[in-house]
Design a protein around this ligand. Structure first.
Ligand SMILES: C[S@@+](CC[C@H](N)C(=O)[O-])C[C@H]1O[C@@H](n2cnc3c(N)ncnc32)[C@H](O)[C@@H]1O
Length: 198
């Protein structure tokens, strides 16, 4: 193996290991910028019929927004950080009005509960959050989120996914983490339906 490919392999390993670090790890990307694979957003569009106007409130450099826009949706993109895409310096948790009736995002992992609760507080019609399947765990989360606001549907990815640090180039599409789309619809009551994304 050449030195170059060895270095490439090392970088590959470092990047994907970083993406699997726990949310409390100080080595995680600042502000939790991990890019969602296009295929994950396309999979959501294949199983959900989303409203025409969608708000991506943690848009990063537009990975999700671009796929939604490409599918014909009107997308309002905002983010806390200026990543050269959408409207920057917009803290979702400080927003007081919905920019669109539907929210689709991959929220910062360490603020995922707050994002979900805030979207619901704002009265969102449909909200789809791309999150680790393990988000379903946790006694505190169960009482403040799942028991009070059960999602209508949870779409589990049959194949594992890898999210790449926003400041690094994607090296491959090998999956490392179990992910799902968690979808809330206004007025839904009862346990969520479970579906699988091939
Ligand atoms: C996991 S990345 C996802 C980026 C993009 N949604 C995607 O899927 O490729 C999370 C994004 O949330 C942003 N973010 C962190 N805290 C935020 C906040 N309070 N309000 C809005 N955006 C925030 C980060 O800057 C980062 O771009």
């Amino acid at each position: 193996m050449s030195l170059l490919s060895t270095m490439g392999e090392t970088r590959k390993r470092q990047a994907s290991v970083t993406a699997t670090r726990p949310a409390t790890d100080p080595g995680r990307q600042k502000d939790d910028f991990y890019r969602t694979p296009d295929s994950a957003t396309r999979a959501l569009l294949a199983v959900e019929s989303l409203p025409a106007s969608i708000w991506e409130p943690a848009c990063g450099d537009g990975a999700i927004s671009e796929v939604l826009a490409g599918a014909g949706h009107r997308v309002i993109s905002t983010d806390l950080v200026d990543r050269g895409y959408g409207d920057a310096r917009r803290d979702f948790l400080m927003e007081r009005r919905l920019a669109a009736p539907c929210i689709v995002t991959n929220p910062p992992f360490k603020l995922a509960d707050e994002f979900a609760l805030h979207g619901l507080d704002l009265g969102v019609e449909v909200m789809a959050l791309f999150m680790r399947l393990a988000w379903l765990e946790g006694a505190a989360r169960r009482s403040k989120l799942w028991a009070v606001h059960p999602p209508a549907r949870v779409w589990v990815f049959s194949r594992r996914q890898t999210l790449w640090r926003g400041d690094q180039e994607a090296q491959d599409r090998g999956g490392a983490i179990a992910f799902a789309w968690f979808v809330w619809t206004r007025g839904h009551v009862g346990a969520p339906a479970l579906g699988w994304i091939p």
